[in-house]
Write a protein that binds this ligand. Structure first.
Ligand code: PLP
Length: 430
C-alpha cells in the first residue's frame, strides 16, 4: 500500500528500518529529506538545512550536480552493471588510469571495491597474501594505533580503536592485532612513535602491515597529528620489513588541503585505500591501490591470485560518476577553495575555545572540529541544529563539520555561528 503522507512513512521507517548505530526499539529521530541541491538538504516539511557533513565526507561537489547527474544518465544508456569476472569496460579502465595518474608513481594497480570497509578488507588480504607468498606464513597480523577507524566489517573493525570498535562484544570472532598508542606530536617537534617501534621490534615476525589514517584520525576521534610521525613510520616499516597501508577513505580527494593526505609527509604507502569522495558521494565505490612490488609478491604464490571479487566490483555507473567527479575536482581551483575554507574555519571556530564546555578546537583543510569536555546529548543537539537550519551531526564529545567544497562564505558562517550559539548555551557538568 503506498504511503499516504510523510508521517506514515516516517512511522514505517521507525518501526522497520535500521539506521547507522541506532537502536531498533528506541531509535533516535530521523529527519525526512525530500531533495538535496548544492549545499542544501530540503526536508519534507519544506525546511532547508545547510549541510555541514558532506554526507560523511563524500559529497565534495554538493548534491544534484548537473555534471555528475549527466555522467550517470549517459552511462545508464549503455549499461548499468555487468560482472567484472572475465569482463571489463571503459568506465573502470578510465577510472584506473585516473587513479594511477593522480596518486604517487609506485601505486600502479587498482582493485575496485564496493565500499570503504571492503577496500580495507582487501588491503588486509593483500598484505597477508604478499608475505604468505614469500614463505613468511607467520606474518598474519596488523599493527595499528588507538583511536583509529577503518570500517564496520569484521576485518576493518579489528583495527578500529578497541573501545570505540567494541572489541569486547565481538572478541570471540575478531582477529587480535597489535595496538600502539594514538599518535601524539609535541610542540618541540618530537612525537610518541617509539612505543610503536617497540611493538615492531617485538612482533616483527608476526606483523604483515601497519594500517593508519594519515594526518587525521576520523571517526575514532577526529585527531590531527603531524607529518613527521608518518615520515618516521614509513622508515620504520621499511626497517622492520612490514608493509604500510594508508587508509585515505575519509581524507582522499583534497579534504586535508592536499589531494591525498600522505603528500603532506612526502611518503608513499605500499597499499592505499580510497572511497567516500571518490564518486563525489553519488554511489558506493572504493579502491585499494598497490605497488608492483606487492602485486609481484602476491603473484609468486602457487595460486598467484588475489582472493577477492565482489558481485558489484567495478560497477560502471559508479566508475563513470567517479571519473566525472575526479575531472570536476581537478578542473576546479580546489586547493585554493580548501585553503579558504580552512582559514575561515580557523577564524570563526576559534571563539568556541573560550567556552567552558570546550576542550579544544582543531582545523585541518576543510575539516573543523570542536571537542567538548563531556559527551553531547546527540538527540537534543541534533534537533537544535535543525532548528537553526543546519545539518551538523555531533557524536560523543565531537561537534565537527566538513562541508562540500562548493559552500559559500556566508553559508559556512551560518554553520560556524550555529555551532557557537548552541555550545554557548550548554551547561558544563559539575
Ligand atoms: C578512514 C575510514 N576507513 C574506512 C571507512 C569505512 O568506509 P565505508 O563506510 O564506506 O564502509 C570509513 C568510513 O567512515 C573511514 O572513515
Amino acid at each position: 500500500m503506498p504511503f499516504q503522507n510523510t508521517s506514515d512513512w516516517l512511522e514505517y521507517d521507525k518501526n522497520h528500518l535500521w539506521h547507522p548505530y541506532t537502536s531498533m526499539t528506541e531509535p533516535v529521530p530521523t529527519y525526512p529529506v525530500e531533495s538535496a541541491h548544492g549545499v542544501t538538504l530540503k526536508l519534507a516539511d519544506g525546511r532547508e538545512l545547510i549541510d555541514g557533513m558532506s554526507s560523511w565526507w563524500s559529497a565534495i561537489h554538493g548534491y544534484n550536480h548537473p555534471v555528475l547527474n549527466s555522467a550517470i544518465e549517459q552511462q545508464l544508456q549503455s549499461m548499468s552493471h555487468v560482472m567484472f569476472g572475465g569482463l571489463t569496460h571503459l568506465p573502470a579502465v578510465t577510472l584506473a588510469e585516473k587513479l594511477v595518474n593522480i596518486t604517487a608513481e609506485p601505486l600502479q594497480h587498482v582493485f575496485l571495491a564496493d565500499s570503504g570497509s571492503v577496500a580495507v578488507e582487501v588491503a588486509i588480504k593483500m598484505a597477508i597474501q604478499y608475505w604468505y607468498a614469500q614463505g613468511q606464513t607467520t606474518k598474519q597480523k596488523l599493527l595499528t594505533v588507538r583511536s583509529g577507524y577503518h570500517g564496520d566489517t569484521l576485518g576493518g573493525m579489528s583495527v578500529c580503536d578497541p573501545v570505540n570498535g567494541m572489541h569486547t562484544m565481538f572478541q570471540g570472532v575478531l582477529p587480535k592485532h597489535f595496538f600502539a598508542p594514538q599518535p601524539v606530536c609535541f610542540d618541540d617537534g618530537s612525537n610518541n612513535i617509539e612505543t610503536l617501534e617497540l611493538q615492531l621490534q617485538e612482533h616483527q615476525s608476526e606483523i604483515a602491515a601497519v594500517i593508519i589514517e594519515p594526518m587525521i584520525q576520523g571517526a575514532g576521534g577526529m585527531r590531527i597529528y603531524c607529518p613527521e610521525y608518518l615520515q618516521q613510520l614509513r622508515v620504520l616499516c621499511d626497517d622492520y620489513d612490514v608493509l604500510l597501508i594508508l587508509d585515505e577513505i575519509a581524507t582522499g580527494f583534497g579534504r586535508t588541503g592536499t589531494l591525498f593526505a600522505y603528500e603532506q609527509a612526502g611518503i608513499v604507502p605500499d597499499i592505499l585505500c580510497l572511497g567516500k569522495a571518490l564518486t563525489g558521494g553519488y554511489l558506493t565505490l572504493a579502491a585499494t591501490m598497490t605497488t608492483k612490488k606487492v602485486v609481484q609478491g602476491i603473484s609468486t604464490d602457487d595460486s598467484g591470485v588475489l582472493m577477492h571479487g565482489p558481485t558489484f566490483m567495478g560497477n560502471p555507473l559508479a566508475c563513470q560518476v567517479a571519473n566525472a567527479s575526479i575531472d570536476l575536482l581537478l578542473s576546479s581551483p580546489w586547493k585554493e577553495t580548501v585553503k579558504q575554507i580552512e582559514e575561515q574555519l580557523k577564524e570563526e571556530l576559534s571563539i568556541c575555545q573560550e567556552l567552558d564546555v570546550v576542550q579544544e578546537v582543531r582545523v585541518i583543510g576543510a575539516i573543523g572540529i570542536v571537542e567538548l569536555k563531556e559527551p553531547v546529548d546527540m538527540k537534543t543537539m541534533q534537533a537544535d541544529f535543525v532548528k537553526q537550519g543546519v545539518w551538523i551531526r555531533p557524536f560523543n564529545k565531537l561537534v565537527y563539520i566538513m562541508p562540500p567544497y562548493i559552500i559559500q562564505k556566508n553559508e559556512l558562517t551560518i554553520l560556524t555561528t550555529s555551532i557557537h550559539s548552541i555550545l554557548k548555551n550548554l551547561k558544563p557538568k559539575t
